[in-house]
Design a binder for this molecule. Structure first.
Ligand SMILES: *Cc1c(COP(=O)(O)O)cnc(C)c1O
Length: 419
């Protein structure tokens, strides 16, 4: 459920007409709904209400905007981060350091040190050497790093290859069969409290069965580790729940997911950590765009919009589908292609899609753009960095400015010997 709905034939974000935002801020622009964000956070929390001890760390790579993080921090969410920059963002949004989980296959030594300095709550180790280095760094500054080992359960999550992370050939985690040996060598190192395991098998998951199979494998590993004398008090179950990009393709609900987790983790006696990203922010954002031209095509017309692959990369990167809707639909439908202005054939949002008929100058949105949208934006083709707006009832605010080419040019330098 979201708060982007038609009133009197005009698309609104909560109580604000989209046209008012276009007028004030220009296009393209991302628009987030605070009420939708809060609702999604609450639905996720209530899905976990039957579990004894839980901690939710929002995967902030999905949407690191400070205002978005602030809304989620107020819902009691911490952050799952994958870089030093994301730690800085989580802290800037008012999240507590101990609520931060540090994931990522390539944490640098400087990032590990920074995370120790600010006192984050959990390091998710991706390889044995990382654990040894972290132990050394922590011991050297008189601290003990709280850590879990990310295992790769070798399951096929059944999602797009570029967002699958839990198969043995993927770069993430250690083979689950190596975990016992790694625990034996790392636990007891001064500076390290290796207290559990983590997994994350992929994103935009539509089937709970592979997740349940992976969780069951981790449950068996926890029992083995305990039998070998290790104290295990945390399991990090990752993120990955899908969202409905297409209305007739409905993913499992957070409640279905919570029920599955309750079933499979029965008797584990650990704190369960969760790292949802997309499911919290996906439907809480849209990308508002204006039609520049409707260009006659050989087979179908091309609707050329002012948003492009640099603003919303998912279609070009993952062949992703985003619903396209006119802000003031006339009722007429046409079959058309939708593309942006960037000089790449991949800058195409849809081919041969039935959409609202639009004309040059009309406003339209791409739906479900709150996750992996603005955060992946670039300035390719010397386009401005796309701005972001948050709506709350009848008010709205710019929560990230449009960064103009002039600003980017000012950060570049021509050396003296070229002047
Ligand atoms: C990306 C990521 C997530 C979030 O994935 P979603 O599909 O957005 O829920 C969680 N944990 C880790 C380790 C990740 O890399």
């Amino acid at each position: 459920m979201d708060h982007f709905t038609y009133r009197d034939g005009q698309l609104h974000a909560e109580d604000v007409p989209m046209a008012a935002i276009a007028e004030a801020v220009g296009t393209p622009v991302y628009i987030y709904s605070r009420a939708t964000l809060e609702r999604h956070a609450q639905v996720f929390k209530s899905a976990l209400a039957g579990l004894p001890r839980t901690h939710v760390a929002f995967a902030i790579k999905a949407n690191p905007n400070l205002a978005v993080l602030k809304v989620l921090a107020r819902q009691g969410f911490g952050a799952d981060v994958v870089s030093g920059g994301e730690i800085a963002r989580a802290l800037a949004a008012g999240m507590r350091a101990e609520d931060i989980v540090f994931s990522g296959v390539g944490k640098t030594r400087a990032e590990l040190q920074y995370a120790l300095d600010v006192g984050i709550g959990q390091f998710n180790l991706e390889l044995e050497e990382e654990g040894a280095v972290l132990a050394q760094l922590a011991a050297a500054c008189g601290k003990t790093a709280s850590a879990v080992l990310r295992v790769n359960p070798d399951v096929d999550a059944g999602t797009h290859a570029k967002i699958s992370t839990g198969k043995s050939e993927n770069k993430f985690g250690v083979p689950i069969s190596d975990a016992m040996g790694i625990f034996a060598r790392l636990s007891g190192l001064p500076g390290l409290n290796l207290r559990g395991v983590a997994l994350h098998i992929g994103s935009q998951l539509f089937d709970l069965a592979p997740l349940e199979a992976a969780y069951a494998r981790v449950g068996a590993l926890v029992a083995e580790l305990r039998a070998a004398g290790h104290v295990i008090d945390r399991v990090d179950l990752g993120g990955g729940l899908g969202v409905p990009y297409e209305r007739d393709k409905v993913p499992p609900s957070p409640a279905d997911y919570g029920a599955m987790v309750e079933r499979v983790t029965q008797g584990w006696d650990v704190t369960l950590m969760f790292e949802p990203g997309r499911v919290i922010v996906g439907n809480a954002g849209v990308l508002l765009t204006r039609v520049i031209w409707v260009k006659p095509g050989v087979l179908r017309p091309y609707v050329i919009v002012d948003a492009a692959m640099n603003d919303l990369a998912r279609p070009a990167m993952y062949d992703a589908y985003h619903d396209f809707e006119a802000v003031n639909p006339s009722g007429t439908r046409v079959v058309a292609n939708i593309a942006g202005p960037v000089c790449e054939t991949g800058d195409t949002f849809a081919m041969g899609r039935e959409i609202d008929a639009v004309q040059s100058g009309d406003l339209a949105i791409f739906r479900t753009a709150g996750a992996y949208g603005a955060t992946m934006a670039s300035t390719y083709n010397s386009r401005a960095l796309v701005p972001e707006v948050m709506v709350d009832g009848d008010k709205f605010a710019v929560v990230a400015e449009r960064v103009l080419p002039e600003t980017l040019i000012a950060a570049e330098h021509v050396p003296d010997w070229l002047k």
